[in-house]
Design a protein around this ligand. Sequence first.
Ligand SMILES: [Zn+2]
Ligand SMILES: [Zn+2]
Length: 124
Amino acid sequence: MPVQRPRRRGRLRFCPRCKKLMIPKIVNGRKVLVCPNCGYTIELEDDDAYKFGAPKKKSPKDKIIVVDANQPPPTATVLKGQVRCPRCGHDEILFWMMQTRAADEPPTRFYRCLKCGYSWREYD
Ligand SMILES: [Zn+2]
Ligand SMILES: [Zn+2]
């Protein structure tokens, strides 16, 4: 399987085969992006901006921001992508990122199905 070395840091990447959003994972101790659909893998640089595992201690002072996952905030950039809706199986969605936790943690990704309007979020 060919392994590509991405140059840009921490941006969303889509599978070159099937255009699904790729998920950061650690496989055999190596940081990779894996396509959840076909398993296509891209190896990441050590200093890539993705964050893996080893959650930091959260202090109770951390603000929990309650968000309405059905509506992107006005500041968010809403993009169209291909992720399968868990409710109706449609595979065209809108997604956007939102910082819901401590500022040094990766933002949470929200999805909304273009067909049935179902909204959900992805936890890493
Ligand atoms: Zn794929
Ligand atoms: Zn749907």
